[in-house]
Structures are given as structure tokens and as C-alpha cells.
Design a protein around this ligand. Structure first.
Ligand code: C2O
Length: 485
């Protein structure tokens, strides 16, 4: 059994803890296997091209399964778990080949989300130093990242690392457009899927964009896995899956065979694996055999939108309808909404819901409301993400109204899901539960039942991480729709 350890706890023991030093040496070894034809399936670039590639199909090694990462669907977590397992095996073998402590080596994770340890939002020094102890280039340091993060001038934005938005989700699978932890339930795998679960958005997507800055490798499917930070970030995302399940209260993996049985083949030759979700649900069992150093859920920072929502955690009786009953659409916007460097908003006219749900169930259930931000498209985002608010008063400072925030949109993966590219489609669609905010505003007498205003504010503008100017950016929301059940 291997323990995947917290990269900052390792760093506190020793910035070049053997786990980190051997990670660096092994990455260097795998990079030294990169030839021009990528024929060694354990070379660094081969491993990264599995996730996404810019290399034309005609130049792929025979039999390669590249360009396969699952995003925007409920296969996101299971595919990446298998991918990480394969990567960990290959790195461990490289540590062994180099005469290192392979029996102790497991992939560390970057836990950036504990508000009591704000220093953990910094990139650990092992990923920033130019030179290894004892000399030689440090393979964990690359220049294709946001320069301020890379030189230790700043840490990840607080907004990027929130985990509570995802932890509050009740359902793993998004069915009929409902909000979910793990992504939309779809029948087939698709590299450019459209329905990311909340975990895939934040912290996952925002941390990608935050590390990448304007054009770093972490910002695109094709290049992300070339950054050694990708792997410690994804070990954390994988750990967050365990933490979500550990909360209980009905939080379980999907029982559907379409999800459990979907096979993922990673790699080629001797180290290749073919595994489905059902083979990797217990990380302690073979073939994975790892556990995380900690799966404790930190409390959110007081006064943040995450803490306000956590306090208002949904009562158990608020149940969703059965999966085969579509939620009732009670309003939708008529014009696309731009997402740029300044806040933008759209008004939605809402009709009275018939609320068949509680009546059909014959219970005193609290009606649930949710929002879909549909078809977010574009190639040139101005910000790493957008905060989404309901009924923000005209001219109000959004930061002063965390109680009206309903969630976050990330621009990671938008380009890949938009029209024009190889995997092009209709963009990404995000779903948000707004029941708590609606109930609070109703109680406070601040609720207009026939109209909702949805406001989008760029996450990082006030902190300086602006990716592009207003004129250059081209992101739009196709439609905002409102549902009740
Ligand atoms: Cu497949 Cu974090 O990306």
C-alpha cells in the first residue's frame, strides 16, 4: 500500500524531500526518452499526448491511444484516475531504474484549499527552483506558467481553490441538466464533452487557468500534462473525489453500468492498462493500492460564499425528482451574454412553476430551483473564470454580496468545446443550485418572483490576472435558463 502525500507537508519537512527529488529525477529520465518519433510509450511526451495532442494523427506512433482525456462528462474523474495510475506506475519504475526508493514512492498531491494554510496556494519550491540540489536543470520547473506564480510572487487566487461548491453537490451524475459533482451522465465518451460537474470547474479548471496564466501549458488539453504540476494537481482532484464520498448523506458513485463499465485503455506495450470505473473505486485495493495522507475536509473561510452556502446546507427532505422526470423550465434569456473583463448581466423573465414535484411525491418537500448557463463558447477568454450571482443590485460591488453568489464558471476547456476545432461543439454548459439564495431573498422580502437577474463577474480582474483585453476576448453565454422542481 502506497501513501500519496501532501506536497506542502513534504516541503515543510524538506523542500527537497526524497519524494520530490525522485519525482524530479524520474521526470528528467522520462524526458530523456523523448525521441523524435515518441515511440517509447514511457517517454514524457508520449504520456502527455495521451491527454491531448497537437501532433497530427498521421505522425502518431502505431497503435497510440492519444488525445483521449475525458472532460465535460461523468467520465472525467474515472478516466483521470486511470490515467494517474498509469503515470504513477511509469514514474515509480523510473525511480527504480535510477536506483531510487521505488517502494516508497507515490505521486504527491497539491492541497491548496485549506484557508488556515494560505501558504499552500504558493507553488511549492521544488516546482520553482531552476536547479536541482547538487546541480543540473530541475525538470519540475518549466517557464510555460504564469510568471508571478512561477517566481513565487503570488499564490493561486482564493477563488480558484474553493472546494465547497463541489462538496455541497448531492448527485455525482448530472441527469437532465441538473447540477452535479461529477459531470453530465452521457452514453458515450467525448474528449470535448459539454457538461462539466462542479468539481471539474472549481477547483479543477480554475487551478489549470491560474497556473497557466495567459498562455502557459496548463491552460489547454493539448499541453497541460507536459507540466509536472499537472500530476500533483490531478492527484488532489482525485483525492477530492474521496472526500466528497466521505461526507456521506447520500453521496455515492453512480450505480449505472454505463458509467461503471466504460473501459479506458491508457498506454501501450508492457505497462499499458485497461480499466473501468468499477475496477478503480476502491483505491486501497489492487490494482491501485494507494491511500491519501489526509482526506479531512477543511472548514471554509468565514464570510465567503462557500461558508454561507455551507451553513445553509440543503435539508435532507429537498430531494430531486426521479431521473426520468425532466425538471420544469420556467424561464430563459433571449440574447447571448458576453463574458469579458467587466461584469455583464442578463434578465430572465420567469413564469410560475407548476411544481409537480412535491405534489407528485406527496411530500412536504422544499421545491428546488436551479440555473443553467448554457453554451459558453469562445477561443480567447479574458479571465480564468467568472463568478455567477443572482439578483445583484444595480451598481453593487459583487464582492460585498457573497450571499447572492450561486457559483462559478471556469473557462478551462471552453476553447476545446467550442465550434471550429477538431472536437468543436456548442461550448460548455454549467448548472447551479439556486434554492438557498432564492429562499434567503424571499425571506428578506427582496425577491421579485417574475424576474431574475444573473450577473457574471470576472474572477481575477481585481487581482491583476487579466488574460486578454475586452476588445480581444470573445467569450459568450448562449442562454441562461431557470428550472424548478
Ligand atoms: Cu484532463 Cu485537468 O485535465
Amino acid at each position: 500500500m502506497f501513501t500519496r502525500r501532501d506536497v506542502w507537508k513534504l516541503t515543510d519537512e524538506d523542500p527537497w524531500h526524497p519524494i520530490l527529488l525522485w519525482y524530479a529525477r524520474a521526470v528528467g529520465e522520462l524526458q530523456s526518452r523523448d525521441g523524435t518519433d515518441f515511440s517509447d510509450p514511457t517517454c514524457w511526451r508520449y504520456l502527455a499526448e495521451i491527454h491531448g495532442t497537437e501532433i497530427d494523427r498521421s505522425r502518431w506512433p502505431a497503435g497510440a491511444t492519444w488525445d483521449e482525456c475525458d472532460h465535460g462528462s461523468w467520465f472525467f474523474l474515472s478516466w483521470h484516475r486511470v490515467y494517474l495510475h498509469y503515470f504513477e506506475k511509469v514514474v515509480r519504475q523510473a525511480v527504480r531504474d535510477l536506483g531510487g526508493p521505488a517502494d516508497q514512492w507515490a505521486l504527491p498531491y497539491w492541497d491548496y484549499s485549506d484557508p488556515r494554510r494560505p501558504g499552500t496556494r504558493m507553488l511549492p519550491p521544488a516546482f520553482r527552483e531552476a536547479v536541482l540540489p547538487g546541480g543540473g536543470r530541475n525538470p519540475l520547473r518549466i517557464d510555460q506558467r504564469d510568471p508571478d506564480l512561477n517566481d513565487g510572487t503570488r499564490g493561486l487566487l482564493e477563488d480558484s481553490v474553493d472546494i465547497h461548491e463541489a462538496m455541497l453537490e448531492r448527485d455525482f451524475a448530472g441527469v437532465q441538466g441538473r447540477p452535479s459533482f461529477g459531470g453530465g451522465a452521457v452514453a458515450r465518451r467525448w474528449h470535448g464533452g459539454r457538461f462539466p460537474g462542479t468539481l471539474e470547474v472549481v477547483p479543477h479548471g480554475l487551478v489549470h487557468n491560474d497556473v497557466a496564466g495567459i498562455d502557459g501549458w496548463m491552460g489547454a488539453f493539448e499541453t497541460a500534462a507536459r507540466d509536472p504540476v499537472f500530476w500533483v494537481h490531478h492527484a488532489n482532484v482525485d483525492r477530492l473525489w474521496e472526500m466528497w464520498l466521505a461526507q456521506g448523506s447520500g453521496r455515492v458513485n453512480p450505480p449505472d453500468s454505463a458509467w461503471l463499465g466504460m473501459p479506458f485503455t491508457i498506454g501501450q506495450g508492457a505497462p499499458a492498462v485497461t480499466l473501468a470505473a468499477r475496477d478503480v473505486l476502491d483505491t486501497r485495493a489492487s490494482p491501485l493500492e494507494y491511500e491519501y495522507e489526509s482526506v479531512a475536509l477543511p472548514a471554509p473561510a468565514p464570510g465567503t460564499f462557500a461558508s454561507i452556502r455551507t451553513e445553509a446546507a440543503p435539508p435532507a427532505e429537498r430531494m430531486r425528482m426521479r431521473d426520468d422526470t425532466p425538471p420544469e423550465m420556467i424561464g430563459a434569456s433571449e440574447q447571448p451574454v458576453p463574458l469579458a473583463t467587466a461584469p455583464s448581466y442578463v434578465d430572465v423573465t420567469v413564469v410560475e412553476p407548476t411544481l409537480r414535484g412535491p405534489a407528485l411525491r406527496g411530500e412536504n418537500a422544499v421545491p428546488r430551483m436551479f440555473l443553467r448557463v448554457e453554451n459558453v463558447q469562445g477561443r480567447l477568454p479574458a479571465a480564468p473564470g467568472y463568478a455567477v450571482y443572482v439578483n445583484l443590485p444595480e451598481g453593487a460591488n459583487p464582492a460585498a454580496h457573497p450571499e447572492r453568489r450561486v457559483g462559478t464558471v471556469s473557462t478551462f476547456g471552453v476553447r476545446e468545446a467550442s465550434g471550429g476545432g477538431e472536437h468543436g461543439g456548442d461550448g460548455l454548459t454549467f448548472a447551479f443550485d439556486i434554492t438557498d439564495v432564492a429562499q434567503r431573498l424571499q425571506r428578506e422580502g427582496d425577491w421579485e418572483p417574475r424576474r431574475l437577474r444573473i450577473t457574471f463577474t470576472p474572477l481575477a480582474a481585481r487581482r491583476g490576472l487579466v488574460l486578454r483585453g475586452q476588445a480581444e476576448s470573445d467569450l459568450t453565454v448562449g442562454r441562461v435558463s431557470v428550472y424548478a422542481e
